[in-house]
Design a protein around this ligand. Structure first.
Ligand SMILES: Nc1ncnc2c1ncn2[C@@H]1O[C@H](COP(=O)(O)OP(=O)(O)OP(=O)(O)O)[C@@H](O)[C@H]1O
Ligand SMILES: CCCCCCCCCCCCC/C=C/[C@@H](O)[C@H](CO)NC(C)=O
Ligand SMILES: [Ca+2]
Length: 581
């Protein structure tokens, strides 16, 4: 295969003669005078066009029959991004003859197809016009659509008119011929796609999602995220930067990153799925508070974080967890889950033993939860500032290493962080360490465990308060319950189903019960769960991690050395070399 694709000739870039070589994996061109080489992995070529072509800000083509233009990924180190920020690079080549030009175009296009089999050709795109700073539409049309067009991707675009429209579309409409679905928005929009795709897949497989022991089927469609939300935690954790162009380029290349997903059940009913945070106490309270201040935009989290911190609350609870195999990894082993992570690759091998890549999503080696060499559940009871479960590091610009810096994207485990009640300054220290490289687990009131599942319950006598706590919250228990067929049912409209500006509630309902400590005499002793930015309508839950249930158009975070490759001087991309082996 490699020899068939090899091509070598002289080409001109401007008025400089270059020696250009296409080997199987790389396209290199060397300035023959300066001996300077630019090397682009074929898998990172975005497109090859006839003539002298410009794409941004608008497409212009100068027809020259001996010329062609190659577009490729160029790593930028702007703003300390260590090369994780990607831009569209382009070089215009002139050939001695038209025949040679056509040969170059054909060979390059064939090489691209051969070396990146997961490139999408048809995508469904959902834009949330109200996410984050409300720039979703503009971001898509000016930064993303031109790249999709250049890469020959046909996309059907839906600008949402209500919450859960994307989820409902994925549950009910025809998805044939699609390679992937893309959201332009934040973590909430991503969550809609996640729920729609997972449940559609289980429906088609005839699986009952309400059974927490069932081995869920991985989704065949990839998910792409164009970040345009408030936190964009899933994007940041899987790409390393929040940048629409970088994310669009990962989609175009067909990068594939498997992701663990946690299912959350209450009383044998599926409540939600999560990839980043299932958090009780502080993170639940911050979310409950922030929902009242949506008008503040992304700043609502800073404001609410301060208010909740000042309210100084802790909560009684019983936490049970099923530890993961401590011989495989530990949340305190100081490793980072980077692109090509060995631990996650081993999980892929275990799940897809007969597949050379993770593209064959239907051949997973399922094992049911109950047979999953369960091990011993561990039980702890006490008073907690917060209880958090995260299937990945959950990093974001505020916390660049995340809630659990050594957590893995696709190892089939989550990290359970228990922060026991402590004095306010101790808790502030814990929170503050999330913003630096200091170890937030190296504190006497903090525990972290790598787990496969957790259960949370209230000490006896607290259940009634739990019921009161969730009534009046978004998604209270009388509202929506997940049905067996993977659809939502409920008597009231969910807050998130309402249009922007429709969130107003009476004082009684808008003042979160958890913040009563600030204005009322009675402090409630029950919090709510924050599940990837949605409040859960139940307090007692069972969470189970499903290994690699979905795939994103991403590749995880490239390490500094590899990422700093700016295509020059033949510095090879580490990740691609791992793939070569
Ligand atoms: N047209 C719409 N009108 C109102 N709400 C919508 C619409 N489309 C999507 N939504 C809902 O808006 C919620 C928030 O959207 P999104 O995640 O895009 O932005 P965000 O909340 O600003 O960001 P983040 O989730 O990162 O904090 C989502 O849960 C989604 O269900
Ligand atoms: C005194 C300084 C205090 C700083 C505290 C920083 C703590 C930052 C931790 C951020 C964790 C973000 C986890 C992500 C959760 C998302 O799933 C969710 C949806 O977007 N976001 C939130 C804010 O709930
Ligand atoms: Ca994980």
């Amino acid at each position: 295969m490699e020899t068939d694709l090899r091509l070598e000739s002289s080409l001109w870039v401007g008025n400089k003669r270059h020696r250009a070589v296409l080997t199987g994996w790389y396209f290199n061109w060397t300035d023959v005078d300066k001996k300077k080489t630019i090397s682009v992995p074929v898998a990172e070529v975005v497109g090859v066009e006839e003539g002298q072509v410009q794409v941004l800000p608008q497409k212009t083509v100068v027809e020259k029959d001996k010329d062609f233009t190659v577009f490729y990924v160029k790593r930028s180190s702007t703003g300390g991004s260590s090369g994780l920020l990607w831009r569209l690079g382009q070089t215009q080549f002139s050939c001695p003859s038209r025949v040679l030009r056509d040969q170059w175009i054909k060979q390059l296009r064939t090489a691209v197809k051969t070396h990146s089999p997961l490139r999408p050709s048809k995508l469904l795109v959902f834009i949330n016009p109200y996410g984050g700073k409300k720039r979703g539409r503009q971001i898509y049309s000016s930064l993303v659509a031109p790249l999709f067009e250049l890469a020959g991707i046909s996309s059907n675009v839906i600008v949402t008119e209500r919450a859960n429209q994307a989820r409902d579309h994925l549950l009910k409409k025809d998805l044939t011929d699609l390679d992937g679905v893309v959201c332009v928005g934040g973590d909430g929009m991503f969550s809609e796609l996640l729920h729609g795709l997972i449940d559609r897949t289980q429906q088609e497989a005839g699986l009952c999602v309400n059974d927490p022991a069932v081995a869920l089927q991985p989704c065949p469609l990839h998910i792409g995220i164009i970040p345009a939300g408030s936190t964009d935690c899933v994007c940041y954790t899987t790409v390393g930067v929040i940048d629409p162009v970088t994310s669009a380029l990962h989609i175009v290349l067909g990068d594939s990153q498997p992701l663990d997903v946690c299912s959350v059940h209450h009383a044998s009913v599926l409540v939600r799925y999560s990839v980043s945070l299932v958090g009780y106490g502080f993170y639940g309270d911050v979310l409950a508070e922030s929902e009242k201040h949506r008008w503040m935009g992304p700043l609502r989290y800073d404001y609410s974080g301060t208010m909740v911190y000042l309210s100084n609350r802790s909560y009684q609870g019983v936490v049970e967890y099923l530890p993961a195999d401590p011989l495989l990894s530990s949340p305190r082993d100081k490793t980072r889950c980077l692109s090509g992570c060995t631990l996650c690759s081993r999980s892929t091998e275990r799940l897809f033993p007969n597949s050379s890549d993770s593209g064959s999503l239907y051949s997973a080696n399922f094992s049911s939860f109950s047979n999953d060499s369960e091990g011993e559940w561990v039980r702890v009871e006490g008073s907690f500032r917060c209880v958090s479960l995260t299937c990945m590091s959950s990093s974001c610009p505020k916390s660049p290493l995340g809630l659990s810096p050594s957590a893995h994207l696709a190892d089939g485990t989550g990290d359970l962080v228990l922060v026991w009640d402590t004095h306010p300054l101790g808790f502030l220290k814990f929170l503050h360490r999330h913003t630096s490289t200091q170890d937030q687990f190296d504190l006497p009131f903090v525990e972290v465990h790598r787990v496969k599942a957790i259960r949370f319950s209230l000490p006896s006598g607290k259940e009634e308060e739990a019921h009161e706590a969730v009534v009046g919250q978004k998604g209270g228990p009388d509202e929506e319950v997940y049905t067996d067929t993977g659809s939502w049912s409920g008597s009231q409209q969910r807050l998130s189903d309402r249009g922007p500006g429709q969130e107003t509630r009476s004082h009684q309902k808008t003042v979160s019960p958890f913040l009563c400590g600030l204005c009322c005499s009675k402090s409630p002793s029950v919090s709510v769960w924050n599940c990837d930015g949605e409040i859960l309508p139940f307090t007692e839950i069972l969470c189970r991690v499903h290994c690699q249930l979905v795939h994103l158009y991403a590749r995880g975070i490239e390490d500094g050395a590899a990422a700093q490759n700016s295509n020059e001087d033949d510095t090879r991309c580490e990740r691609r070399c791992i793939l070569h082996k």
